[in-house]
Design a protein around this ligand. Structure first.
Ligand SMILES: Cc1cc2nc3c(=O)[nH]c(=O)nc-3n(C[C@H](O)[C@H](O)[C@H](O)COP(=O)(O)OP(=O)(O)OC[C@H]3O[C@@H](n4cnc5c(N)ncnc54)[C@H](O)[C@@H]3O)c2cc1C
Length: 382
């Protein structure tokens, strides 16, 4: 084992200990209550996890460490992993593109968990297709004025600030909005299929007046630069969370089939059961390799890291879904019970195929990546 591998392993053990103590025993209850309690957010902040995506150097080693952290958290609770994802996306964007006053006002509070962030791009008519966004940001006198409605926003219900993608005369732009501002209203969404403790809400902006310093980067660069880089980090985080979810499925399924007696011995003796376990293991391990590779490439600033991350997310989300399906199948009726983690894994995994780029959107874009990589003469495809 190299010294770096040993450092990663030590960090992984630290994260795993946190998740085993503070997350795994409670994740089912958070799912039923559809809420994350403040004490877990504070504990994550105290462990130094929330500010990590923007607090230190971002070389390949740090990105791999983040991949490890988000895998471990994803193993325990997809909603908590979602909090890590969004705080990281917004914190990194603020660190890079906000003015010094805005950065000073929010970055420490996001890291110590006293402020919660949301990241709002989706709208009724704009989910996969972000060019269809209608939320408007106008310049009026010395102010910016924001009008529109964002849908399905993770942590929108409890967010203190929200990074919003809106259209200006110059093109798509990003602004940071305090949710206490006049004209901001929240509609919490309950009873979603999965990631139920991620405090989803629709957020309406009714002529919200903002200081020009709320703009991140320059007007018109919101989609191409700010959002695309934040989404890239978010996608990597979700992909790693999916590896953790896929692993939780392997562990839950194995614990069951190793001790459940059927036809004169444990279920694990039967060939078809062994095939299920092998397929789950192979999916999980390959997804992890893709995630770690994408993390390294991202930390090295490799331009191909965007495609590598998309590929990792595509494979990891499908693997999480497949492993959750198999786990419920192997647990039988027990896997369908509300007391079983398997049914939560199943619901959470389905959501992973929809957020941060649907499976279909990745299938269309990754085909172009394949063409560029393996058939360069045809360029970027049709
Ligand atoms: C739990 C949860 C949390 C979320 N959190 C956030 C958040 O924090 N911030 C935020 O902005 N959004 C959030 N979302 C919204 C999420 O980003 C969108 O749901 C996602 O982008 C898909 O958009 P859509 O739901 O409008 O589906 P659509 O874009 O309408 O797609 C519907 C279906 O059509 C397929 N499809 C669409 N276009 C094509 C195409 N060109 N070719 C082939 N197939 C296509 C899709 O793959 C999908 O299967 C969240 C959603 C959920 C469920």
């Amino acid at each position: 084992m190299t010294r770096m591998d040993a450092t990663f392993e030590e960090f992984r053990r630290h994260c795993a200990g946190f998740v085993d103590r503070h997350v795994v025993p409670f994740a089912g209850e958070w799912d039923r209550l559809e809420a994350l309690p403040r004490n877990i957010i504070t504990a994550a902040a105290d462990a130094g996890y929330l500010g990590r995506p923007y607090g230190t150097a971002h070389g390949p080693d740090e990105m791999e460490a983040l991949a490890i952290l988000h895998e471990e958290v994803g193993r325990g609770c997809s909603s908590l992993r979602s909090l890590f994802t969004v705080q990281g996306m917004v914190g990194r964007s603020l660190k890079r593109w906000a003015g010094p006053e805005t950065a000073a006002r929010w970055l420490d509070r996001l890291a110590d968990g006293t402020a919660i962030a949301a990241f709002a791009v989706s709208e009724d008519g704009a989910g996969s297709d972000l060019s269809a966004i209608r939320t408007r940001l106008e310049r009026t006198g010395g102010h910016l004025v924001l009008t529109g409605c964002k849908r399905w926003i993770s942590f929108g219900e409890i967010a203190d600030c929200v990074l919003v993608l809106a259209i200006t005369d110059e093109g798509p732009s990003t602004v940071l909005v305090e949710t206490s501002a006049h004209g901001v209203s929240l509609r919490p969404l309950h009873g979603m299929l999965g990631a139920k403790a991620s405090h989803l809400a629709d957020i309406t902006f009714d002529k919200v007046e903002l200081d020009p310093s709320a703009l991140l980067g320059r007007a018109g660069a919101g989609l191409r630069i700010v959002v695309s880089q934040a989404l890239d980090f978010g996608r990597l985080s979700v992909a790693c969370g999916c590896v953790g979810l896929a692993r939780a499925c392997v562990e839950t399924a194995l614990a069951h089939v190793a001790q459940r007696d059927r036809a004169g011995g444990p279920l694990l003796r039967h060939q078809l059961v062994r095939r299920h376990i092998t397929q789950m293991l192979a999916g999980m391990e390959t997804a992890r390799l893709l995630c770690r590779r994408a993390a390294r490439m991202s930390g090295q600033g490799d331009p191909n890291s965007v495609s590598a991350t998309a590929l990792a997310k595509y494979h990891a989300a499908r693997t999480a879904m497949q492993n959750a399906w198999t786990t419920v199948q192997l647990l039988g009726a027990e896997g369908c019970a509300p007391t079983s983690p398997a049914e939560r894994f199943f619901r959470d995994a389905k959501v992973m195929e929809i957020i941060e780029g649907t499976t279909e959107m990745h299938e269309t874009t990754l085909a172009d990546y394949a063409l560029r990589e393996f058939h360069p003469l045809l360029g970027s495809g049709p």
